[in-house]
Design a protein around this ligand. Structure first.
Ligand SMILES: Nc1ncnc2c1ncn2[C@@H]1O[C@H](COP(=O)(O)OP(=O)(O)OP(=O)(O)O)[C@@H](O)[C@H]1O
Length: 463
């Protein structure tokens, strides 16, 4: 089942229907679903996606010559190998009035073999491609290389692209479609995250622990090694990045704590954090209501699977290689996994609130939603418009005493309100798997939702 990507597909389709020349950059982390997105776009229209391989220029030209001549139906040219990229573009030129998509996947492999390809594309774009009807896509997995090759000022392609799509992992609300029930979806999203190639490796009818053992804590599983592989393909000094990511995964979320834990200089940590943010591997969160430049920012791993990997795999690689995955799961994962899922559950709820917000299912429409903290106080989510604010506490627990949680939330919300008196209407939301008592306090301003009610509301948002 192909999930979501509606925004990207709609936008690509609009461009296609406009009939102008396009030069589109599609990029994003490995396994995130770039090729599948392009294939879905091509299925609805006409086009070809050619996958470049890490091989010599001669073999790459052979592959592109044969794929392109086959696509355009030039059987008499089937054994021709164009001698260089210039000749390939000159060949394509004879089809400049056709509305077809030509997508080159793993584009950096071609440029690494022949950097002059960038200038060749620049020349052809400037002289005829820009006035053609061709729809070109170049796609690549290394975010840093794709940005350097196609978007930086120094690149010959700077200013030529007509659009770029940074493909991000799927969200919890997409994953919900795939799993048989809400709680199973939460557990699997918390561990496997939204990267399609990871989450779809989990068997949806299997217990989460069994999936962790067979899909992650086994030496032969692709997930076991993939994080290392992705990081090493993006950065030249992986040692420091690994230390920083591990430190964040263990709960050190500020530059000073990361510096203390890793022994790296503060200035070095700041530099590396910036690179990790550019690579979409970490995010910087600021407390709700704070300005963007606030000094209170904290860093988190942006992807649930990366967070899981650094917490439960990286420190135990040797043991897993020795075949101890099952006992590791019993001794290390089982005692702490529910607390771990609890923190990720907050992210699931944030996704859901945005969905409910878009469908008008909340008491007001908010324009901002994030966590808030100040000294010893912390609120899981605060969503607000110019006039209304919603305080939300999220518990990944059964039989929660709603009244007690609400009373505590009220105290913390008053601290927030003492700094932000501008809100006219206040709303409260307590979420848990199940509650012991809820009827007494629920009102039009106080909402108590268990996971069954969340699931029902989500169904109401679906088209
Ligand atoms: N939106 C989606 N819904 C369902 N499955 C998906 C989706 N996107 C991708 N997949 C599946 O996830 C796997 C990885 O996707 P894909 O190969 O497109 O990723 P990629 O970003 O191109 O990866 P790489 O960088 O490794 O080439 C494939 O099996 C694909 O079918």
């Amino acid at each position: 089942m192909f999930l979501n990507r509606e925004a990207e597909l709609t936008s690509l389709q609009q461009r296609f229907d406009d009939n102008n020349a396009e030069f589109i950059i599609v990029y994003g982390r490995r396994r995130v679903g770039k090729s599948e997105l392009i294939d879905q776009f091509i299925i609805k229209n006409t086009g070809v996606r050619i996958l470049a391989r890490e091989e010599t220029k001669g073999l790459q030209l052979k592959e592109f010559s044969s794929e392109l001549t086959a696509f355009f139906g030039d059987t008499h040219l089937s054994s021709v190998v164009f001698p260089d990229w210039d000749a390939i573009f000159s060949y394509i030129r004879s089809y400049k009035n056709k509305r077809v998509i030509i997508a080159c996947d793993e584009f950096p492999y071609l440029v690494n073999e022949d950097p002059s390809l960038l200038s060749v594309i620049q020349y052809h774009w400037d002289t005829w491609l820009k006035d053609s009807h061709l729809f070109l896509i170049v796609c690549g997995s290394s975010i840093s290389m794709m940005e350097e090759m196609t978007m930086r000022y120094e690149s010959p392609l700077f200013g030529r692209r007509t659009g770029q799509y940074l493909i991000k992992p799927l969200r919890f609300t997409d994953i919900l479609e795939h799993f048989p029930d809400f709680n199973t979806a939460v557990k699997h999203y918390a561990v496997f995250g939204g990267t399609p190639a990871y989450i779809f490796k989990a068997e949806k009818d299997k217990d989460i622990y069994e999936n962790i053992i067979s899909r992650i804590l086994s030496e032969d599983s692709i997930l076991f090694r993939d994080t290392e592989f992705i990081l090493m393909s993006e950065v030249s000094e992986p040692r420091y990045y690994f230390s920083i990511l591990r430190s964040i995964a263990e709960g050190n979320t500020t530059p000073s704590k990361i510096s203390q834990m890793t022994g790296l200089e503060r200035s070095t940590v700041s530099k590396y954090l910036q690179v990790l943010m550019n690579l979409q591997l970490i995010i910087r969160e600021i407390p709700a209501g704070e300005p963007l430049k606030s000094k209170k920012g904290q860093y988190f791993l942006s992807d649930n699977y990366f967070a899981f990997w650094f917490r439960y795999v990286y420190p135990y690689v040797k043991s897993i290689e020795m075949g101890n995955g099952r006992s590791l799961c019993v001794e290390e994962v089982k005692p702490t996994l529910q607390a771990y899922i609890g923190r990720k559950f907050e992210g699931c709820i944030e996704d859901l609130l945005w969905k409910f917000n878009a469908s008008g299912l909340l008491p007001f429409r908010f324009h901002s939603c994030s966590r808030w903290w100040m000294k010893e106080h912390e609120i899981d989510l605060i969503a607000f418009s110019d006039t209304d604010v919603l305080f939300c506490e999220v518990k990944w627990q059964e039989k929660v005493n709603a009244e007690k949680v609400y009373a505590n939330l009220l105290v913390k919300s008053n601290v927030f309100l003492s700094y932000h008196p501008e809100f006219r209407d206040k709303h409260y939301l307590v979420i848990a798997k199940t509650f012991t008592q809820e009827s007494g306090i629920a009102s039009d301003k106080v909402h108590i939702w268990n996971t069954t009610s969340l699931e029902e509301m989500y169904r109401r948002c679906r088209p």
